[in-house]
Structures are given as C-alpha cells and as structure tokens.
Design a binder for this molecule. Sequence first.
Ligand SMILES: [Zn+2]
Length: 67
Amino acid sequence: MEDSVLYDLPTEFFADMAASHGYCDAQSILPFEGKYLCHCTCGSWDIEAPTRDEGLTLARQHTAETA
Ligand SMILES: [Zn+2]
C-alpha cells in the first residue's frame, strides 16, 4: 500500500534535495549535438563543453570549488 506513495515522490523529492542541499554527489557528461552537456547533482552546475576531457576538467574544478 505504501508503495504507491513512494512512486509519486521522486520528482519533487529530487528537486527538493537539489534546492536545499546542493551536494555535488555526481557529475554527468553527455554527448549532445557535437558537444558535451555537463550537469551536477547539486543543480547549480550546468554547462557545455567542447570535449569530454574538458568537461571532466571543468567537473573537477567545480567539485573542488564547492568541496
Ligand atoms: Zn555541483
């Protein structure tokens, strides 16, 4: 019975987490139209990088700044 409640939550739950905590738990770098979209779980880091390596470098800089 409680399962249905849990399944309703994720979207709001994660939005809440990002807004209230902003932890840099993970960064994603996804190829998109010839460039790379970089995103962090903290929700305040969304950039484009020309290469995956540059995305990784920027991700390291980002986590270093916020650690
Ligand atoms: Zn972050």
